[in-house]
Design a protein around this ligand. Structure first.
Ligand code: PMP
Length: 423
């Protein structure tokens, strides 16, 4: 059992990995923000869900009824986990990217979308496809100097918009710096200006308890694979009216009420956008993870992660030649994501050395957030003068231990002082 989170033990984290000089070491996974390992309860629930299955919504047989019940029963734990309202719709998707594309597809004509350029590409870009079509407009805001300045910037953009609906899109926690955005305050100004707000909670949800009803958020998107459930299942939860009025996201069986020579009538509700045979195992995995996290001691987990993150942040910042990058220089609370660079050593080499020489898994690159990374690293981070630059990201979660943090700091200190042993 996980020391800080009874019931939240994870599977597959005891692997020994080869070291470049010979020998093996216990794998230190410091890449939870990319994809988190599965909870044991998720692993077991998925096994049960595929032990005897049949078609969903389409069969009269016993297994078909079981699969349909499993799939439909997965919506409520997810809604409860994000603190959705009783009448919010819960639409299963593939991931956060898919959820936000579905929402972009569903915004009414003449909608103004307001988004900060610091978003992950999944939250920054889907609206662009609609820009200029039927009066829809995208307003991209520069990153403010402080998180609280975001509120005024959004208020201003909403006040100046053309008449019509508006949608503010905000990430709960940055996938690059871990910093939190003032979601409740942004929701308040959105509401005061007659706008809606969508929350990209891909990074927030695995680390912080929240309720979209309490925050005043209209839509939320999450990914199962970052939430201790495997790939292939995500969700969009939120107000049903725009979604019920939009054309179906996918066209096909399951989304239709009637089809005749004279026309097609589509269903409303989640099925409108979920055409085709659904991902039952994925929905079960996501719902099981949501239930396990919702019923665990979130405060203890947050404290344990915060302690580890503080150790990593302070340990890395104290190393000569290492820069830890943040948007708001300590003015914002953050989850366990820390991004850094080592002077004179490319990020890809740092990451490769951490893996090959120390058995530590991290991510390097620009993290699908090029405008944000360009802003963090400036021209200095960019080797060819055009790209966004590259950095190294470490991220903690249920699989992280103090030993992992200490091993990381010692390893980065060695790389910063002597360079990598392998190229
Ligand atoms: N938003 C944020 C903040 C993310 O970190 C990610 C994943 N890196 C996404 C959206 C996209 O998630 P997915 O790849 O699961 O669609």
């Amino acid at each position: 059992t996980h020391p800080h989170a009874p019931g939240l033990d994870i599977v597959g984290q005891d692997a020994l990995v080869p070291l470049v000089g010979g020998g093996e070491i216990a794998y230190a996974n410091l890449d939870h923000a990319a994809s988190a390992p599965a909870l044991r309860v998720v692993h077991e629930a998925v096994e049960r869900s595929i032990a005897g299955y049949a078609s969903v919504h389409r069969g009269a047989g016993w297994h078909s009824k079981l699969s349909t019940a499993l799939y439909e029963g997965a919506r409520e734990p997810v809604r409860a986990f994000v603190g959705g309202r009783a009448d919010d719709t819960v639409i299963f998707t593939r991931n956060t990217t898919d959820s936000l594309n579905l929402l972009a597809h569903s915004i009414p004509r003449r909608t103004t979308v307001v988004v900060f350029e610091s978003e992950h590409h999944a939250a920054l870009l889907p609206w662009e496809r609609q820009d200029g079509i039927d009066g829809r407009t995208v307003v991209r805001l520069p990153v403010p100097a402080l998180p609280e300045l975001a509120v005024g910037a959004v208020d201003d953009a909403l006040r100046r918009r053309a008449p019509g609906p508006a949608l503010v899109v905000i990430t709960g926690a940055s996938n690059v710096t871990g910093e939190l955005w003032p979601v409740a305050e942004l929701a308040r100004v959105a509401k005061a200006r007659g706008a809606r707000i969508a929350l990209d909670a891909a990074q927030l949800a695995p680390h912080r308890r929240f309720s979209i009803a309490e925050l005043g958020v209209d839509y939320v998107a999450v990914s199962g694979h970052k939430l201790y459930a495997p790939y292939g299942a995500g969700v969009l939860v939120g107000r049903s009216d725009w979604l019920d009025a939009a054309p179906p996201y996918l066209i096909g069986g399951g989304a239709t009420a009637t089809v005749s020579e004279t026309g097609t009538v589509y269903k409303t509700g989640p099925e409108r956008h979920e055409a085709g045979s659904p991902n039952v195992a994925g929905a079960v995995a996501l719902a099981t993870a949501c239930h396990a996290l919702a019923t665990s001691d979130a405060t203890a987990r947050e404290q344990a992660e915060a302690a580890l993150t503080d150790t990593i942040r302070a340990g890395l910042a104290a190393i000569d030649g290492v820069s830890v990058h943040t948007l708001f220089s300590g003015a914002a609370d953050s989850i366990g994501v820390v991004t850094f660079t080592v002077a004179g050593v490319p990020a890809s080499i740092v990451a490769a050395a951490l893996s090959a020489e120390h058995g530590i898994g991290v991510r390097d690159g620009a993290f699908c957030a090029h405008p944000l990374v360009r802003r963090l690293l400036g021209a200095a981070g960019c080797s060819d003068g055009t790209g966004p630059g590259q950095a190294v990201r470490v991220s903690v979660g249920l699989g992280s231990t103090t030993e992992h943090a200490e091993r990381l700091i010692a390893a980065v200190a060695e790389i910063a002082a002597h360079g990598p042993r392998v190229e």
